[in-house]
Write a protein that binds this ligand. Structure first.
Ligand SMILES: Nc1ncnc2c1ncn2[C@@H]1O[C@H](COP(=O)(O)OP(=O)(O)OP(=O)(O)O)[C@@H](O)[C@H]1O
Ligand SMILES: Nc1ncnc2c1ncn2[C@@H]1O[C@H](COP(=O)(O)OP(=O)(O)OP(=O)(O)O)[C@@H](O)[C@H]1O
Ligand SMILES: [Mg+2]
Ligand SMILES: [Mg+2]
Lengths: 251, 251
């Protein structure tokens, strides 16, 4: 299973979901690869020092001689590997202008390692450009994190339109695995209202698990850890573990 | 003064700052234009229904015959106009590939209306691509909102590198007006730690005004209002008004 975490709205918990869902799969003994496709490299920063990296995802996608095996590293979490990025990935779009296979670069290169993992979890940047299109073409499933806030709801039409375009030709098997409500604050009326609106728009696609606002989730990357080792009994750890159960049920 | 609000990290309060700072200038009687350069069009959504729009910023930047005067609209706030966008702006980069004047499109088109306004406030998307470069080339000053969280601090190197490249040739007069700490939660240790780190990195550039987390700021766009009419006595209104005083002091 190759699971892309995408939403072009910024700051809705894509990276936080990618890190902790990947770590939850690893905790269940599943061999998991966290693939960082965001030039901001927040997922990579959580597990390593990106300044020391020589080759990264950018090189794999632009140089024929560089493969994922050359850049994949183990993390501090058993069964969890990472394919890291750094800011150079921001040049991908201008680098691949005019290349007719540009949307397929990730899919083609991922073929060499995908059988070695039970799960590949892909973190994406807050845009709908070539990088995110590569993730949508290469993946089998899509998980859409949506913050329960006004702006976050408005942007989903554009994302779903992009998904339909990808399903029409480059990746007909792409499935929307589900919509995850994140950064949810049960105390505010706005969050409750938006939650109802998201349910009425997406229906059964919405995961039963809701990720509530929890400062431990914000802190754990600063200590180079996923939530399960940093604060194993926090609400964040329980909720992301429950989410991993729900994801396994849906596959 | 043309003030760009930029940070490629997502969800750090760029739009919330652009809307409410522009509204604060208007409240002081300054003629202000809010220029939405984000394809997600969150600033535009706050004041109008973007589905009804014919021509938008995308048309101004790609068609010689369309000018800002053709798309600028009044908002419900006295002295505040808006130049709206919609998702079509996401095609700007692929539309202007190979055009040697691509980074200057906004600067050139803005020349026709800039004298009609005391302030132009530019909202940008969470990327460092051609759209944000256009904003950095066209503006006189840059305001960088930074959320007091781990990931937000890591990304500022890349933004400052882009700013130096813009200052080297296309816009030597570009000044970093200041760094604004947003979404600050005084109660958490992490936020206090990050605040100290931001101060040690940016020194006097950091505004004294800190914008704290305040649900009224999250709610007001859902009611098509800036904070000053939606919740005039909220912390968010007081803080953004104080920020507008500090900005005027620095210019
Ligand atoms: N459930 C949560 N509770 C508290 N803080 C959270 C939660 N989820 C995410 N955060 C924090 O909110 C901010 C945004 O989250 P994150 O960086 O994961 O979003 P993103 O969608 O990956 O952002 P970008 O669009 O920049 O890639 C981060 O500072 C993160 O630590
Ligand atoms: N001070 C604040 N208190 C509470 N909520 C806030 C505050 N500032 C912003 N928000 C909320 O946080 C979310 C992110 O803010 P906003 O959309 O302004 O960020 P942005 O940087 O413009 O995001 P993007 O990168 O997607 O353009 C929004 O839901 C907004 O309502
Ligand atoms: Mg992210
Ligand atoms: Mg915004």
């Amino acid at each position: 299973m190759i699971l892309t975490i995408a939403n072009q709205k910024g700051g809705v918990g894509k990276t936080t979901t990618a890190i902790n869902l990947a770590a939850a799969f690893a905790k269940k003994g599943k061999k998991t690869l966290l693939l960082d496709l965001d030039p901001q490299s927040n997922s990579s920063l959580t597990f390593l020092d990106t300044h020391t990296l020589q080759k990264t995802v950018f090189d794999v996608l632009t140089e024929p001689s560089v493969n994922f095996r050359d850049i994949i590293r183990h993390t501090s979490v058993l069964h969890l590997d990472i394919a890291p990025s750094k800011i150079s990935l921001a040049k991908l779009e201008s680098n691949l202008v005019g290349e007719f296979d540009a949307p397929f670069r990730l899919k083609d290169k991922l073929d060499a390692v995908r059988t070695e993992y039970d799960f590949v979890v892909v973190d994406t940047p807050p845009t709908l450009g070539l990088i995110t299109v590569n993730a949508l073409v290469a993946c089998t499933h899509l998980l859409i994190p949506i913050q329960s806030s006004y702006f976050a709801l408005e942007g989903t039409d554009d994302l779903l339109e992009t998904v339909e375009r990808v399903k029409a030709r480059p990746n007909p098997d792409l499935k929307v695995l589900g919509v995850l409500i994140t950064l949810h604050d049960k105390r505010t009326v706005l969050a409750k209202d938006i939650y109802k609106q998201i349910k009425s728009v997406f229906g059964p696609k919405v995961f039963k698990t809701v990720i509530s606002k929890n400062v431990r989730l914000e802190e754990s990357p600063a200590y180079k850890e996923a939530i399960f080792s940093f604060a194993p009994h926090s609400t964040g750890a329980l909720e992301y573990f429950k989410l991993s159960d729900e994801v396994l049920d849906r596959v």
